[in-house]
Design a protein around this ligand. Structure first.
Ligand code: 5GP
Ligand code: ZN
Length: 139
């Protein structure tokens, strides 16, 4: 399986950087975003490194979408958001900041007026960790 030693998400997969993990299988990993655009914001990534949509294998993207669906259901059961976006960003104009393919699972509320090019504001790590535990318990 291909990895990139300089990639922050490959380091999370390898356990070199900690994360609030909610789900893992042979092909994917899901964990909480530490700069949440909304409460419960999670990321789902393929275990194999690929920079973006144009490079990810069909097998890896299929596995990532399948895991994103599972994680979305667990987030829905935990937080009961009024809506949810599955989002994937490619390239600088789309605000891709990490060059390892990933899907955002983004809970939404009516009137949240969330800008898609949101700024990276660090979240409350205790609250994110507690939420990860609640979501993980449903997977
Ligand atoms: P992008 O802008 O590339 O679509 O999204 C990358 C996401 O990765 C951002 O929402 C950012 O907060 C998140 N992120 C960046 N570094 C880390 C990290 O070390 N740990 C976690 N959990 N999320 C990260
Ligand atoms: Zn990577």
């Amino acid at each position: 399986m291909s990895t990139d030693p300089d990639c922050i998400f490959c380091k999370i997969i390898a356990g070199e950087i900690p994360c609030f993990k909610v789900y893992e299988d042979d092909n994917t990993l899901a964990f909480m975003d530490i700069n949440p655009a909304s409460e419960g914001h999670a990321l789902v990534i393929p275990q194999e490194h690929a920079a973006d949509l144009h490079r990810v294998s069909d097998h890896a993207i299929a596995a990532t979408v399948t895991s994103a669906k599972k994680v979305a259901a667990a987030i829905d059961a935990t937080l009961h958001p009024e809506g949810l976006n599955l989002l994937q960003c490619n390239g600088p104009a789309a605000a891709q900041s990490v060059l390892h393919f990933h899907m955002h699972v983004l809970p939404r509320s009516i009137g949240d007026d969330l800008k898609l090019n949101w700024g990276l504001e660090p979240g409350d790590m205790d609250a994110i960790g507690a939420l990860a535990e609640s979501i993980r318990a449903r997977l």
